[in-house]
Ligand binder design. Structure first.
Ligand code: F6R
Length: 349
């Protein structure tokens, strides 16, 4: 029996919980790996593009958020078939696909090759590993056989360490070590029955969850919570961040109260958030009080932006698997995604 399909939802729950527990060790594995970085001069890199979809793209968003306050070059996550027009020989492209068979990523990889970009492939195998081998593109191989979303440590850590190795992301190794320490402490609490994460999951049962990041730097955490709620708990969730949501989304909370009664709002609060965003959060809560009496709040831990982001993400990963348990649904399979990919394949190109 493969890890992807479980004989019962209870087995699926145990398997996914085990995988979530393994996140700090996934980071340690990558730190200890003997990865050969490409021979690129940092002054030749003017932009970084991470190409990937779903569970393979989120590591790119974590990198983007981590590097926003640090890196001398912009980081963009490309979730689609085509590269932006500026991509060329001064672009460092990470082509990330856990399976190595995701068509959008494969297409972007071929475009990156054609444009002479500096490419690094991150994958467990598939067509991406094969094509990279044929073209002499460096491949960072990650252990196979897991759901991509449960391989976050394997998929994100190489990006951070490669970017540091290439001279465009200072301090990533040290931040990774801090992150490992923070996550291990969190695991001691959150993996326990009756943990705060499992209590929160019980309160979110039956709700559509709206996840709000306290600012743009924690956007990747809000994205990850949403995706984990969708894929693990098979539940509806949406995300946005302050201050943008104050310019549109929160007006939608004037919808009829019977709709609002089905919504739970969860705020991912970074303890180093910009002062104005902290004020915005407080005022927003006051303005919406009659419609949303209770906001759930999860606070970041750690010092570096990486640790703060990953601490929010880790809490959400646990909540998502506990929410799956509340719904008595198997968190492992993502049947709709598989079926869609299969039907696309059958339809040819
Ligand atoms: C996550 C998941 C999807 C995939 C996405 C891309 O567990 O199943 O979000 O990550 O469909 O596939 P890969 O990661 O193989 O490129």
């Amino acid at each position: 029996m493969s890890l992807m399909s479980s004989p019962s939802w209870q087995d699926g729950f145990k398997n996914m919980l085990e995988l979530i527990n393994s996140l700090p060790e996934q980071f340690e594995y990558t730190k200890a790996s003997d990865i050969v970085w490409p021979h690129v001069k940092s002054q030749d890199i003017k932009h970084i593009i991470v190409c990937g979809m779903g569970g393979s793209a989120i590591g790119g968003d974590i990198l983007r958020c981590c590097l926003m306050p640090l890196a001398p070059v912009p980081v963009l996550v490309n979730r689609g078939y085509e590269l932006p027009s500026f991509a060329g020989k001064n672009t460092l492209v990470f082509a990330v696909s856990y399976s190595g068979n995701t068509e959008e990523t494969l297409n972007s990889f071929e475009e990156a090759l054609a444009r002479g970009a500096q490419i690094v492939a991150v994958t467990s195998g598939g067509v991406l590993a094969k094509r990279a081998g044929e073209e002499g593109v460096p491949v960072i191989r990650v252990p196979g056989g897991l759901p991509p979303r449960a391989s976050l440590g394997y998929l994100f850590a190489p990006l951070a360490l490669a970017a540091e190795g290439l001279g465009v992301a200072p301090g990533m190794g040290a931040a990774l070590q801090e992150t490992i320490d923070v996550l291990k402490r969190m695991r001691d609490e959150l993996a326990q029955p009756g943990s705060e994460a499992s209590k929160l999951a019980a309160r979110l049962k039956g709700k559509i969850t709206v996840i709000w990041g306290s600012g743009p730097l924690v956007e990747a955490a809000a994205m990850r919570w949403k995706a984990q709620f969708n894929e693990n708990a098979k539940s509806m969730a949406f995300y946005n961040c302050f201050p943008e949501l104050n310019h549109n989304e929160f007006v939608g909370f004037e919808a009829p109260q019977d709709l609002m009664d089905r919504v739970a709002v969860l705020i991912l609060q970074d303890h180093k958030e910009h002062g104005q965003n902290i004020k915005r959060t407080a005022i927003t809560k006051e303005l919406l009080h009659s419609r949303v009496p209770e906001f759930e709040v999860v606070n970041s831990r750690g010092d570096s932006i990486m640790a703060r982001l990953l601490s929010l993400i880790y809490f959400g990963d646990y909540v998502s698997v506990y929410l799956a348990r509340e719904y008595e649904t198997d968190p492992m399979p993502v049947t709709l995604i598989e079926e869609l990919k299969q039907r696309l394949k059958e339809s040819g190109r």
